[in-house]
Design a protein around this ligand. Sequence first.
Ligand code: AP5
Length: 210
Amino acid sequence: MIILLGAPGAGKGTQADLLVDKFGYVKLSIGDALRRQIKLGSEVGKEVEALVNTGKLVDDDTILKVLKAELSANDPSKVLLDGYPRNINQATTLAAMTQDYPLEMVIHFDLDTSEIVDRITGRRSCGNCGASFHVKFNPPKKTDICDRCGSGLSQRADDTEEKVKIRLGVYEEQTKPVVEYYRKQGLYHRIDASQPVDQVHWQVLSAVDL
Ligand code: AP5
């Protein structure tokens, strides 16, 4: 299992999709899983909707249930975990699961917060497969149509400037300590996420040794 860490909009999902398309990895995005539940109108979806749409973290117990359901269906050696852990409690919970899900590496997409608002407010996401594009930096081949599955693209409810500020605050306070937690361990790789998509992809390939 490879953990993808980074601030909102740092490019975790974009890079995970490239590894999925080219090398047969499986992307497990907790954010995508939560948005699927919201779209379905399930009990979990109703519980988490307000938090996800305002950019605040969902409680750890609910997230652990979602994570376990997602992990159980997949080959752990091929899993790219996008969006977990986001606080120290989640990191220690995951550490206790390494017998079943051995951790290969942690890739940290390091991006200055000044670039994040532009990336997020210009993002267009696929509600069907979770792929993300950017109106300027990574446009789809056809306007507002997903290159991967052909569904329509739209703007996420939490992708407004106001919500980005909340999400960045949550990242600074709760997720940055997770970066430090892994930095002290041998499996940590930093990626300069400020470069264009293809150059970030090359850095990822060299970290993963593909
Ligand atoms: P989630 O969906 O995980 O959102 P996030 O972490 O905020 O990450 P993003 O999806 O916004 O960013 P990304 O890094 O994937 O960027 P992307 O590749 O799309 O979580 C949503 C919510 O769910 C949370 O706020 C919380 O409520 C809840 N949640 C999830 N996990 C949880 C957990 N563990 N515990 C509790 N709650 C949880 O790129 C962004 C844009 O930039 C795109 O438009 C893209 O095309 C563009 N771009 C990408 N790379 C580049 C590049 N190199 N150059 C230029 N543009 C680029």
